[in-house]
Design a protein around this ligand. Sequence first.
Ligand code: SF4
Length: 495
Amino acid sequence: MTTPTNSSSGLGNRNAELPQEQWVENPETGAKVVKVGDMEFPKRKVWMHTFGCQMNYHDTERVLSHLENLNFEQTKDQQEADLILFNTCAIRDLSNQKFYSKLGDTKHIKKKNPDVKIGVGGCVAQTEGKELVKKYKHLDFSFGTDVIDTINELVYRSYAGEDPFAINTWDRSQNFSIETKITNGSPQAFVNIIKGCNKCCSYCIVPFTRGKEKSRLQKEVVEDVRRLVEYQGVQEVTLLGQNVNSYGKDNGESLAGLITELDQINGLELIRYTTSHPYDVTDELVQVHGEAKKLSRHLHLPVQSGSNTVLQRMLREYTVDHYMGLVEKLRKAKPDIVLSTDIIAGFVNETEEEHQATLDLLDRAQYDFIYSYAYSQRNKTRASRWEDSLTDDIRGARLREIQAYQAKIQEKIRKELVGQTFTVLVDGHGFMGGEKKWKGRTNCMRIVHFLPEHQEHDLQWHWVEVEVTAATAFSCQGKLKKVWGRRMPEQASRY
Ligand code: SF4
């Protein structure tokens, strides 16, 4: 027999008719289980793998946080998991292939242990969920991007014995309202402020997997961040959205206004945001870059190509001149701002001349780093319907040329950092040449590796000052100068 102890809703947009989770205690063993209706959920383990962007990692945090209310704890060992989940990405072909291969591997796990439940969420589940469930007989359920907050209902239905099912409905509610969930106890949090995308870039599948834009209300986001800072020790937030610059348009609000409000929160040290669309960067936002004390000195501003004709085919809605004008304005408002970008090499029918225009843009923009990819065709997109004269070999060669070209620019920029001191928030460690080195990111997103004073010194989530002693195009090595501790004191420099 079990006794109810407390109840928790724990779910976002759930179906109100489904029973709530209730924590109950077995008086004989003292073990805590969760009851949902008549069904008991004993302690179980969930293994979850995430593909793709920060939005997906953020969604995974939400899923895991909800599952805690169903008595699941995380495991890193897939073999011991009771529930195996994938959060998928449809943007890049490579992560798609990796997902299918990992999903195929789970067939053997299910064969060994038929009680294990397997679910697939995210962008692939949104567009191909039904086909997945039909094709992969060992799959128990799939769930699209807009139903992640109902994960506990889906897991409940699966444990209740329902046949494999796929859910990819869109959330029809007028407002986008959520509370940020964090599970890892870190002082860094991703805060989703807008979902969906109203653009229609010809190569991108996001509008099909994430739907139309919907922003959270500014007062809700500010309250959310205030709570994270006050009750969960968060010091750094990254505001997330597919096109974060579009935030608030549906409610007469703006990203600039939101950042200005967040800048006032005591105890919050750093504000970042991603991903930007250059068309929607307003003068007001540029001004905020110059004024907000806590806004990161780094901005990721995806350009995709340095050729106007390619940008036109990509339906990016801006020209190279417009983009470079923005870069100029940003550098005027914040002279030491650090910029990075995304580049697609070998877009459909890209000519050699168009490719060279991208190299020219790298020269002009002087990015601190870039993410570059060879174009890969995604089903359903406009570009996938066009005849394409480019071969994979040409794409690969252009990608390598772009990367080598940028590496030289980067090396020059990084060399100038030697001798400068930065404040970093330590977020992990690794072993280099047999020595344990800690690492953290500067305010401007550069990763610096450094040796602790003593090898046993635990610096995780400490603010420290590090002097850069050596730099290559891709990494900075530093020397620890000062340990500030887990809170950044007033006198510490934000840089
Ligand atoms: S702005 Fe373009 S590339 Fe970015 S998510 Fe929207 S459609 Fe995709």
